[in-house]
Design a protein. Structure first.
Lengths: 430, 305
C-alpha cells in the first residue's frame, strides 16, 4: 500500500462516524399509493423490510415503519460483499392486514432487486399505481389508518389490528372471525370500507345484535323479516354507516383529495352506485325506523354540528358514550336514552329529527284547519308523549328554535312528508 | 391434465357466514357453472373502422371481442375512423355464430342503445365476418358504416365453453325488471361467441332469468367478461349492478373466477407447487411478484455524507 492509499484510508476512517458502518448499508425512501383520481398518497404506518433476493431472508437489521409522510429509513446487514436485495412494504399496519383469499401473505409494494454495497446509502421509493390489487390494498390500509384518531377519541384506544381479505366474494364483516371481506369493486369506496370497519367497532363495543343476512337500503326491512329482526338489522347496518361518514368528517379527510372521501354522502360507486346524503337527506330517502338509511341519518343529525333544521349537535363522543352506556341494539333503545335526561325543548328537537326520517309522525293538519306553518311543523313535530301529557309546547321564537339559513328548501320537502301513525312508535321516556 | 370436457363449479353463490351481513343491490349477477372444452382455436386479429354518413353519430363498443388491453381507450362521441385498439377474435375452427358491436349515444356506460350483430365463420385461415348480413336493432343505423379489417390469423390451442349467468332480483318487482338492460362485454383475450339467450332481454321479466354465455380463449391469454344490468324502472336507490368474470387460460386448465387475475394466478401457482413444478424459493419469488405487481420503483444511490 503506498502512502497515498494510506492517507486515503486514514481519511475514510476519520469520516466514518458520519458514514454507514462497513458491514451495513442504509436504505431510505418514501412509499406511496395512488388513488383512483391519480393522486399519490403516503403509505403510513406500514412496516418496510429488506429481503435478500436469493435466499428470500429478511436482512434488515431493524425493519422500520413508515411515518405520516410515508418515509422510512432502514439499516441493512450487507456483509463484506455486495448483496442483491429488494425493498418490500407489506400491506400490514398496526390497524389492518390485507391479504388475498387464497393465501395469508399480504399484498405488498415491491419490485425487483438491486445490488447493495457495504457502506452504501441508497434511496428507494416504491409507488403503487392504478387498479392493481397491491395498490388497492394500501387504499384499504390507509382508510382504516386515517380514522384511528377518531376511534381513539371515541373509546380511548385504537382497535386491535383487523384482518382484511381482499378481494373476497362479497363485501361483508364476519363477526364470528372478526374478518373484514371486501369485493374487488370496493377498495376505492372508503365509505364502504369504513362502514365494514364500523361493524368491527360495534362488535367490540357490543353495539349490535345483528341478525345477519342481506338487506336493501331502500326498503322497510319489516317487509322481509320479523319486526324485531328488522329493528336490529336497521340499527346493525345504520350505525356503521353513520360511523363511516362521521369519522371521515371528524378527521377532515376531504383534504386528502380522494374521490367521495370526507363528505356527508355515503357512496358505493363501483358496483351498486348507491348514494345518499346523511346531512341533507338527498339521495335514497328515509322510510322509517326499520330502515338502514333512516337510522344512519338520525344518528348523524344527533351528532352533527352543522347549523341545520334540528339545532341538535351533541357531538360524536357524547353520542357514542350514550349508546355504549345502554348497549343500544336498536334505534329506539338509543333514542330512549337520549330522551331520558333531555329537556322538554331537546325532546322536541329529537322529535323533529325522527319526523324528518319518517320514524315519528309530522304534523299533517292543524286542528282548527288553519294553514300549516311550515316553520312550526319543522320545529314542533307531533310527539306522542308530549301530546298525551298535555305539556305546553315552547314558543316558536324560543332559544334554539330560530329559523336557520337555507332551511326553506328542506321545509318544502318536509311538507310532503306526512307519515301515517306508525304501528311501533318510540315509547315515551320513563 | 388431458384435454377434454371440464365442468367447473364456480364458488360464486352468496357467501354469508353465520351472523355476517352485507348490503345487496336491486339485482345480483351470479356466474354459476362453466362447461369448458380444450380445443383448437383460430385467433384472428382485427380492427374496426366506422364511417358515419349522415346518421346519428354514436359511440361504438366492440362488445364481443376482447381488445389487446383489458382497459379500452375511451373514444369521443361521433368518432370516425379506425378504433384505436386492436381486437382479437378467437373461435373454434369451423365454428360459426355472431359477434356484437354496441352503440351508445352518450358517454354514460349505461346508455348503450343498440346492438349490431355480425355473423362470422371461423375458417382455418381466419375468421370471416359477413357485414352484408349484419343486423341492428336501431332503425337509423346503417351497419354498412362499419368496416372490419382482419390480419393474419393463427391456430392455437385454447378453451371454449359457456358460463351460466343468473340475474337474481332482490325484492325488486317484475315491473322493475321489465325494461332492464343487460350488457355483456369482452375484455382482453376472451371472445364472447354467443350471448343470444340473454341479449334481447325478454327473459329479464322472469323472476330469475339465466342464460349461457359462450366464450373462447387461447392458452396463455387473460380476459374478462363483464356484465352489467341497468334497471330504469327502479325509481328509488340504485339502478345498476355490475359483475366481472376473469379468465386465465393456463397450460394445465382454464382458471375462472370473480376475484381478479391475481387470485387466478395464485391458484395456478399453488397447483404448480403441489405438482412439484416449482420449489419453495421459486414459488415464493413468483408469489411475491404477483403480490407486488404494479409497483413502480425509483433507486437513487446517494453519496456518503
Amino acid at each position: 500500500m503506498n502512502r497515498l492509499s494510506l492517507l486515503g484510508a486514514a481519511l475514510a476512517i476519520t469520516a466514518l462516524p458520519c458514514a454507514t458502518p462497513a458491514q451495513t448499508a442504509a436504505i431510505r425512501g418514501r412509499i406511496s399509493w395512488q388513488s383512483v383520481n391519480g393522486v399519490s398518497h403516503p403509505v403510513r404506518n406500514v412496516r418496510v423490510e429488506v429481503i435478500d433476493t436469493l435466499t428470500r431472508a429478511v436482512v434488515s437489521v431493524r425493519p422500520d415503519t413508515t411515518d405520516e409522510n410515508g418515509e422510512y429509513q432502514i439499516l441493512v446487514n450487507v456483509g463484506p460483499n455486495p448483496r442483491a436485495v429488494l425493498v418490500r412494504a407489506p400491506a400490514v399496519s398496526s390497524s389492518a392486514f390485507v391479504h388475498p383469499l387464497l393465501c395469508t401473505e399480504p399484498w405488498e409494494l415491491s419490485l425487483k432487486g438491486f445490488t447493495l454495497n457495504p457502506g452504501e446509502s441508497v434511496r428507494v421509493d416504491l409507488d403503487g399505481k392504478g387498479e392493481t390489487e397491491s395498490n388497492e390494498a394500501f387504499s384499504i390500509i390507509d382508510a382504516i389508518h386515517a380514522i384511528q384518531p377518531y376511534v381513539r377519541t371515541l373509546r380511548g384506544a385504537a382497535l386491535p389490528r383487523v384482518e382484511v381479505v381482499f378481494p373476497a366474494e362479497q363485501t361483508v364483516f364476519d363477526p364470528a372471525t372478526r374478518v373484514l371481506r371486501l369485493e374487488l369493486y370496493d377498495p376505492w369506496d372508503w365509505d364502504v370500507i369504513l362502514h365494514e370497519f364500523g361493524h368491527y367497532l360495534s362488535r367490540v363495543e357490543n353495539l349490535a345484535n345483528h341478525p345477519g343476512g342481506e338487506y336493501l337500503l331502500t326498503e322497510n326491512l319489516s317487509r322481509t323479516m320479523s319486526r324485531g329482526d328488522a329493528l336490529l338489522m336497521a340499527w346493525g347496518e345504520g350505525w356503521p354507516t353513520y360511523f363511516s361518514i362521521s369519522a371521515q368528517l371528524a378527521e377532515g379527510l376531504a383534504a386528502l383529495d380522494i374521490p367521495n372521501v370526507g363528505d356527508s354522502w355515503f357512496k358505493d360507486m363501483q358496483d351498486t352506485r348507491d348514494t345518499f346524503d346523511l346531512a341533507s337527506g338527498d339521495g335514497i330517502p328515509s322510510v322509517g325506523e326499520d330502515n338502514v338509511v333512516s337510522t344512519s341519518r338520525v344518528l348523524f343529525d344527533l351528532e352533527d354540528g352543522v347549523a341545520d333544521y334540528d339545532s341538535v349537535a351533541l357531538g360524536a363522543k357524547a353520542v357514542f358514550d350514550t349508546l355504549v352506556s345502554v348497549r343500544a341494539h336498536t334505534l329506539r333503545e338509543g333514542i330512549r336514552r337520549f330522551l331520558l335526561h333531555a329537556s322538554q325543548e331537546d325532546s322536541i328537537r329529537f322529535g323533529a329529527i325522527l319526523a324528518r326520517n319518517h320514524i315519528s309522525p309530522a304534523i299533517a293538519a292543524m286542528a282548527d284547519e288553519s294553514p300549516i306553518d311550515a316553520t312550526r311543523q319543522e320545529r314542533l313535530p307531533e310527539f306522542p308523549q308530549l301530546a298525551a301529557t298535555n305539556t305546553p309546547l315552547p314558543q316558536p321564537s324560543g332559544p334554539g328554535c330560530e329559523r336557520r339559513p337555507g332551511s326553506q328548501s328542506r321545509r318544502s320537502s318536509m311538507s310532503s312528508i306526512l307519515t301515517p301513525p306508525a304501528p311501533d312508535r318510540i315509547p315515551a321516556p320513563p | 391434465m388431458s384435454p377434454g370436457r371440464i365442468l367447473l363449479t364456480l364458488a360464486m353463490a352468496s357467501l354469508v357466514h353465520g351472523g355476517a351481513n352485507a348490503q345487496k343491490g336491486p339485482v345480483e349477477l351470479q356466474w354459476r357453472t362453466a362447461d369448458t372444452v380444450r380445443r383448437r382455436l383460430v385467433v384472428t386479429p382485427l380492427r374496426v373502422r366506422v364511417n358515419w354518413t349522415g346518421q346519428p353519430r354514436h359511440l361504438l363498443d366492440v362488445s364481443s371481442v376482447g381488445a389487446e388491453d383489458t382497459a379500452r381507450a375511451a373514444l369521443p362521441a361521433g368518432f370516425t375512423g379506425w378504433l384505436p385498439q386492436r381486437e382479437f377474435f378467437s373461435a373454434p375452427v369451423n365454428d360459426s355464430g355472431v359477434i356484437t358491436i354496441e352503440t351508445k349515444r352518450a358517454a354514460d356506460a349505461s346508455s348503450f342503445s343498440s346492438s349490431i350483430v355480425i355473423p362470422y365463420t371461423a375458417k382455418r385461415t381466419g375468421a370471416l365476418f359477413d357485414l352484408l348480413r349484419a343486423t341492428t336493432t336501431q332503425p337509423d343505423f346503417d351497419p354498412t358504416a362499419l368496416r372490419l379489417a382482419t390480419f393474419t390469423a393463427e391456430q392455437r390451442d385454447g378453451y371454449s365453453g359457456s358460463v351460466q349467468l343468473h340475474v337474481v332480483p332482490n325484492g325488486t318487482g317484475a315491473s322493475a325488471l321489465r325494461d332492464a338492460r343487460l350488457r355483456l362485454r369482452a375484455l382482453g383475450g376472451v371472445t364472447i361467441l354467443s350471448d343470444q339467450s340473454l341479449v334481447g332481454l325478454p327473459s329479464l321479466a322472469d323472476t330469475a332469468p339465466a342464460g349461457n354465455v359462450s366464450f373462447a380463449i387461447p392458452i396463455g391469454a387473460k380476459g374478462i367478461i363483464e356484465a352489467d344490468v341497468t334497471l330504469p324502472n327502479v325509481t328509488v336507490g340504485s339502478q345498476y349492478r355490475a359483475s366481472r368474470l376473469y379468465f386465465l387460460a393456463g397450460l394445465r386448465r382454464l382458471y375462472i373466477g370473480t376475484l381478479g387475475f391475481a387470485a387466478l394466478e395464485i391458484e395456478q401457482l399453488q397447483e404448480q407447487r403441489a405438482a412439484r413444478e416449482l420449489n419453495g424459493v421459486q414459488y415464493d419469488r413468483r408469489l411475491h411478484e404477483i403480490l407486488g405487481r404494479g409497483t413502480q420503483q425509483t433507486i437513487i444511490r446517494e453519496p456518503n455524507r
